[in-house]
Design a protein around this ligand. Sequence first.
Ligand SMILES: C[S@@+](CC[C@H](N)C(=O)[O-])C[C@H]1O[C@@H](n2cnc3c(N)ncnc32)[C@H](O)[C@@H]1O
Length: 218
Amino acid sequence: MTAPLPDPLEAARDVGRDWVEAAYFTEAEPYADSQWRDIILPFLAIEATGIDLGVTMDLAAGHGRNAARLLPLAGVLHIVDIHASNVEICRRRFGDDPRIHYSPTDGVTLPVPDAALSFLFCFDAMVHFDSDVVRAYLREARRALRPGGHAFLHHSNEHRFPGGDFRRHPHWRNYLSLSLMAHYAAKEGLEVVRQRPLDWNHDGSDIDGLTLLRAPRA
Ligand SMILES: C[S@@+](CC[C@H](N)C(=O)[O-])C[C@H]1O[C@@H](n2cnc3c(N)ncnc32)[C@H](O)[C@@H]1O
C-alpha cells in the first residue's frame, strides 16, 4: 500500500510552530525601514507596475512591522497569520481602525471571498513555507485576487538540498526556486510580472527570491 500524499495543512502547522513567542519579532523590527527602502519599494515600483493597494492583505503578518508600512498606502488592510496570538498582537498594535480586518488562517487559505483583494503582500515568511504550502497559497491568490490584482511574494530560492530539512539550511529556507515559483504560478493561471534573486545571506548564494505576480485582467 502506498503512503498518502502529505497534507499541506500538516506542513503549514510544522513550519508555524516556530513562530509563537519568537525572539525574531523584536529583533526584526528595526530592519523594516531599510528593507522597505532598499528591497521592497524598489522591487514593487508601485507607479510603474500599477499596483493598487486599495484592498491589501499582509499574509503571515507576524507582529505587524510590514503592516505598519502598508497601512498608510492601503485603503483596507487584511492582517493574516497562522497564529491567532500574532493577529491579536497586531490588533493591540493598530487598534480598532475600521480599515483593518484581523483574521487567522489555517495555514493554506486566504480568509477572504473570491476577487476580494487588489494586492497580496508576503515578506520574510514564505521563505520558510513548504513548497506544497506555497502552491496552495498560489491557488488561493488566483481565487482571492481581483482581475489585474498583484501578489508580491518574498520566497525561498534555496534549491541546493531537495528533500532536506529546512531547519538545517541557512536562515531556515525551505526548498523552492525562482523557476519553481514561476512554474507553480503559471499552473495557477497567474502571470509573472517580475522576479529577482535576493542575496539574504550576503555570500553570493542568492538563497531568496522576489516575485511579483498578476491575476489576468478578466
Ligand atoms: C519570520 S515571521 C515574519 C513575520 C512578518 N512577515 C515580518 O516580516 O515581520 C513568519 C511569520 O509567518 C507566520 N506563518 C508561518 N506559517 C504560516 C502559514 N502557513 N500561513 C500564514 N502565516 C504563517 C508565522 O506565524 C510568523 O508570524
